[in-house]
Ligand binder design. Sequence first.
Ligand code: ADE
Length: 310
Amino acid sequence: PDLPIDEQTGCLPYDPKWEFSKDRLRLGMILGQGAFGRVMKAEAIGIVDGEDVTVVAVKMVKDCTDKDQMMALLSELKILIHVGQHLNILNLLGAVTKDIRFGELYVIVEYCHFGNLRTYLIKNKAHFEDTMEDCENFMPDVKKEPVSSPNKKGPYYLNIAGGPMGSADVLGPSLTTKNLYCWAFQVARGMEFLASKKYIHRDLAARNVLLAEDNVVKICDFGLAKDLYKDPEYHKKGDGPVPVKWMALESFTHRIYTTKSDVWSYGIMLWELFSLGGNPYPGVEINEKFIGLLKSGYRMEKPQYASPEL
Ligand code: ADE
């Protein structure tokens, strides 16, 4: 019972109340993919109460004959069911598991219109305004409206934002320092929730935070199904690629992952946010010396748009 839940997925149950019929799912374009997994945009009929059709994201494995990948995705499904729902995590909507023995497994999650924060920041940094206007409200009240409303200023000049694969957006949240704080705060709330459920994420980074409508951000990529090959940030070490620049020292040296090592990754993610999608440790090469550098106390400088307090 004291193990983190991602080490207990074999014991976690699947609750059939999540089962969704494949006939009510219309798959669309690919939103993202790695070596093993694929996420597709889709329409689901009657998956959310009070909505006829809902745009969703569907996670699947590329090679359904690969048992390890199927098990990894199944573990992610079970983790999503076990941890439960929170505004700031990418919530489960349903699953297609009926024919899992024939290699069919779909995990249906919320669709986030603006894609991941790293790509969003890089695409929109030309429109960034360093302002905390209306900042008295940047920490949304959990009990009331859970997030601050999008900053709908002017003639929506951020329409180049584009969701994943360049979908044609008209309205988008504008990009100001206040937005960065709002997102940082929401990620903290999502991580606090995950920690309260004894879930250790192990891969918190701006690429794993998605931006949805109404300025809501959602932490994604749960479970053992982390598709570690999708990004050059994952460097090969030992028996798998690891996101070195986001890892706490003890994770790197002793493979120790805890809520505290997630907090370290959160710090690196803050650096990514407040540098508008910068690459952590700019100019520092990732090699054996990198860990020595960290051990000797080397740390990044404050990114441009972070306050000294942050
Ligand atoms: N890319 C990967 N997962 C996604 C999601 N849930 N929504 C939008 N884009 C995504």
